[in-house]
Design a protein around this ligand. Sequence first.
Ligand code: NAD
Length: 296
Amino acid sequence: MSRIAFIGLGTMGRHMAARLLAAGHAVQAHDTRPEAVAELAAQGAVPAASVAEAVAGADAAILMLPDTPQVEEVVLGPGGLAATPPAGKLVIDMSTIAAGAARRFAEVLAAQGVEMVDAPVSGGPQGAESGGLSIMAGGTAAGFAAAAPLLAVMGTTIRHLGPAGAGQTVKACNQLVCAMNLQAICEALALGRAAGLDLDLLREALLGGSAGSWMLQNLGPKMIAGDASAGFRIGLKLKDLRLAGELAFGLGVPLPGLALATSLYLEARAHGEDGNGNQGLFRVYDRMTNQRQDNA
Ligand code: NAD
């Protein structure tokens, strides 16, 4: 069993760290929010007040942080992983960040003999809690081989997709599909609602055929109930769409669907919805159609 530094104990990380604990690993848990550290400590983790304290004697460090700047701070900042790498010389970043930044961090750590694997995930808090995440990994073959037993505790679909940054690139593709799928569901529900359909029956019918999807299965009921609770926050979704857009712009790839979905999420942000779950995109359609779901 390994000793793991787990950094970032939010909506996703708290479940992932708990799974590592349940699997018998020792977890040294750090977050800038002391209450998040206390919650993990109550489940058996060793509380760590800093990154350096978390990695002391650790076989690996796992990060689950919001965005590129937070990962940069933890990797390259004062007292960060580049200054004090884990003894086992393995860093697994499961946050969703820029692919170029993932490559840069991996290069800095490689210069010190430390493997860094980018391993962003899909599957939401439910997947994090059940160990059913899809994990998209980039890094060297040796880094992936070292990370794989830990990733297997958190995910069921685990793919090594190429060198450093490849996991983040695939995650950007994942997020385009999710955003446009959710938008398509919003449009079907808006049309069905205007036509006076029972939206639960509409959803069931769509789920039974080729329009079925994870989004419709898991977020459809919340959309129909007017429940915008997070889940995956609109603020993080916009971050992911920005990352995908920057990647596409850099490569000169036109993605008109991504541009439209981004505009719709920006409309939600303009209405103060950054903290709502991404199924709150349906509230944009509420506004456009001047109709509301109950409880919305
Ligand atoms: P979150 O904001 O709930 O959790 C992030 C945690 O990191 C917070 O507890 C925060 O206090 C902590 N943190 C921030 N800066 C820190 C620092 N410098 N040092 C230590 N701790 C710090 O976010 P989340 O929903 O758990 O998502 C984490 C990552 O996973 C994001 O990149 C997100 O895009 C991605 N993701 C989220 C979901 C989801 O459904 N929530 C699904 C797939 C992927």
